[in-house]
Design a protein. Structure first.
Length: 137
């Protein structure tokens, strides 16, 4: 019957329509498959239980109404998080060409020894020193 035509998928799709009080599910098919029959029966069973519960509790079903601004802001909030600032220790030596060359040799040696974490730290340090050299002269 296929993935999107399975009993489970049909029930999930019908459930989306059920979020609206006026929602309706229309199934188009040449014949009713086993999955369709089971999904319809399960949906009717759940509807009977829900209607009985609503009657006992005096609940009138309503469509959920959400402010689109609230929905969108919650989506975008998940994209951002606060990163604590890390204070870098002040370098005590002068950033000059010889120091950069020494660090580059050390970085290459670390990479050769497969100590990639150390090589990356040295690479970052070299970058900071080169930037400082450009700014400070």
């Amino acid at each position: 019957e296929g993935f999107l035509r399975s009993e489970r998928s049909l029930i999930q799709t019908a459930g989306r329509a059920a979020r609206n009080v006026n929602g309706k599910v229309i199934l188009y098919a040449d014949r009713i498959t086993g999955s369709m029959k089971r999904a319809i029966e399960e949906t009717e069973r759940r509807r009977r239980i829900q209607m009985e519960y609503n009657r006992k509790m005096g609940i009138t079903p309503e469509t959920v109404k959400s402010n689109i601004k609230d929905i969108l802001s919650s989506i975008y909030e998940a994209d951002y998080w606060t990163v604590p600032a890390v204070e870098e220790p002040e370098e005590t030596y002068r950033a000059d060409e010889k120091e950069i060359e020494r660090l580059e040799r050390e970085m290459k040696e670390a990479a050769k020894e497969l100590d990639f974490e150390r090589a990356a730290l040295l690479r970052d340090k070299i970058k900071r020193l080169k930037e400082r050299l450009l700014v400070c002269g």
